[in-house]
Structures are given as structure tokens and as C-alpha cells.
Design a binder for this molecule. Sequence first.
Ligand code: PEP
Length: 250
Amino acid sequence: MRRPLIAGNWKLNKTIKESRQLSMQLIDELSNITDRDIVIAPVFTALSTVSEIIGSSPIQLAAQNCYPTTSGAFTGEVSPLFLQDAGCRFVIIGHSERRQLLHETNAFINQKLIAVIHAELTPILCIGETLQQREEGQMLETLTRQIEEGLAGLTADQMATVVIAYEPIWAIGTGKTASSEQAQEAHAFIRELLQELFNPTVAGQTRILYGGSVKPENIDNLMAQKDIDGALVGGASLKAEDFIRIVKFL
Ligand code: PEP
């Protein structure tokens, strides 16, 4: 069975001091949880501090982005090697905010994904359609392109570590959640695609998270869906109480 994973994407929020406080609050309430993965993604500058605080607790660390080349003359960039050095186990790749604001392409995202796998970290590959693409009937085509190009060149063995996050862009930070049925439909489609591109084992094992205005009020229904294996949580991961309740989904 697929182990549930709840990840909090803190985006560009929380100073080092605030990150320390929030991590300590999470540890207090979540240290006994053993049946699901819990991941938090603070800003780069807080990674080392948070890594020391979470220590051997069940909470694991993620970065929100990376650069695909290991080291060298790449001013301002951070590669998977340095993220691993700071204590990360996961890296979020291809978040829609980066696709939209920084014009990241599927080809560039694919390079990052491969670099993350080579560094023995777990990539969380974000995909999702805009409202316009959904309304114009291009949702499945968009998801197919993001998956095919984002996962290009990967072997079935390498796929064992990849996590996919389906995040419809119209649901991110808008308070508008996809209904559980809409999310399940997209997740089932992604799983079918993985079966075609790789094999039934990969399709059955890959964890597919839902992201887009996940809250304490909707997590239980989302997690009850057959193909939803967890959540990538933005806004609600900034409040300890909300994130704790989401991690403790029923
Ligand atoms: C996200 O940033 O990945 C996200 C899903 O944000 P929110 O939960 O705020 O919609």
C-alpha cells in the first residue's frame, strides 16, 4: 500500500525565528505519528535551523526548489547536494508559481528532477492545469505533457522515488478546492498515464498528492479517495493547529 504523505509548503514565509517556533509546535503534536510521512518545506535560509530542530522526529525536511547542476559558477542557485547537506530529504520541483512567475519549462523541470534523484533525494513533481485550460477542455492534454516531459528519460526503478503533486492552479491559494470527485478523476488519470509510460507496478506504487486550498475542513474527504495519497499544503501549513489537523486526517 502507498504510505500517505502530507507536505507543508511554507513558500516565502517565516523568518528563521518563526520557522523555529512553528517546527517546535509541530514536533510537540506530531512526534508519535508513525503511519504517514510528514514533510515541511521552509525557505532556504531556515533549512539548517529547522533540520536541527526536527532531528530524529518523524518530520522530514524539503526544499522548495533547486538548480540542476551540482556546483560551480551559478550565482544565487542551490543544488540538491547542498540541500542534502542542509538536511533535506525531499525537493519540490515545478511548483506552478515557479512555472508561471519564473517561466520554468517542463524540460528544465525534468533536469532538476533527474539531479534530485541522482542526489538520492525524493522529488515532489508538481503538475496542474489553469482554469482556462480546464474550461477549454485541455486539462488532460496539459497533465499528459507535464508528466511526459517532466518524467522524460526516467527508468521504472528511478520512478520508485518520485512523488507527484496534482495541483490545479485555479485552486492554489484561492480558497477554491477541487471537489473530491474532481481531484480523484485527475489522480486516476495520472495513474493510468504512469501505467502507460512505465508499468502497472510503478503506477500502483507512485504516491500522488493533491494540492490546492487543502484545509482541516476538506482533508478527510480528499484522503478518502482511492487515488489520493496525501496533500501538498500551502496556506494552511503556516498555522500549526491547521497543519496538525491535516496531518491527523481521519
Ligand atoms: C501550494 O502552494 O502548493 C498550495 C497548494 O497552496 P494552498 O494550499 O495555499 O492553495
